[in-house]
Design a protein around this ligand. Sequence first.
Ligand SMILES: [Zn+2]
Length: 342
Amino acid sequence: MKLFHSPDHARHAPRFFLQRGTVRPNFEIPRRAEVLLEAAREAGLEAIVPPPATVASLAAVHTHPYLEFLCDGHRAWSEQPEPGPEIVANIHPSAEMLAQGGRPGAGIVARAGWFTADTACPIGAGTWEAAIASAGCALAAVEEVAAGRHAYALCRPPGHHAYAARAGGHCYINNAALAAEHLRRQGAARVAMLDIDSHHGNGSQGIFWERGDVFFASVHGDPDFYYPWYVGRAQERGAGAGEGANLNMPLARGSGDAAWLAAIDAGLDAIRAFRPDALVVSLGFDASETEPLGFLAVTAEGFARAGERIGALGMPAALVQEGGYNTETIGMLLARFLGAMG
Ligand SMILES: [Zn+2]
């Protein structure tokens, strides 16, 4: 299996993280990608550095005004008096403002609030370069999958919380959605996405909400008690042509291997019934029992069994790295997953 990674991920080293009213060090750190790369190499994967994604390729799932904000926003931010080192929004348009015609205007403060969902996606001087390098890994994995082979895209920053025109939750470019859309454009009639990060893949859901040709299944912590808080419930099934092509499987706090694997099995059953030509896996390790902000309590053996089940689907899969923040364990969890996937 080929492994796509880029050293440019390290140009994004966010500092800001707001937790329960306290600013703490951000934990979506370059070290994450370093340990995952080491583990994947040790597992025997062939490491390749692909080119960064182009704006034209990103526009398959993101809007141009949003991409311009990601690319140029930091420069405008830095031209303000006494700017902080990173874009962090201090206002977002409310539902009332939007209902009454609210729009962003040209100012960077307004654009920051318009194009971000929360304070967990700080944008620094190198965020754009890292994000397009990360997206390039997902696009390279698409080439492999289109040729009938599994591939691992070591994407950092991660992507599944990013909407077509909104960053959030450590995510800027939705790498998994980008992979799914490019698989469609390369000839796959139907594509399935399975998201096993412990957080609901709200951005992926949003991008394909009205699409019947991309099936999205997500196994995650119950949003009544866990990020992204507002969506991720079983009642969200898609709309229009996408009605029935969205499957959310929220799990209670402390759900361990049995409940997690049962939900993955249900997701894989639904994917089989959808009869896709290719699979994209949003592969997060934050369901692990070793995670500092853990919600689920999945063991290393659980991750191996998940890899085994996904491999048994018998379909080429693009594994797209999402979350997982315990740098002491995520390398081992990746190795267990890959080893069992076969
Ligand atoms: Zn996550």
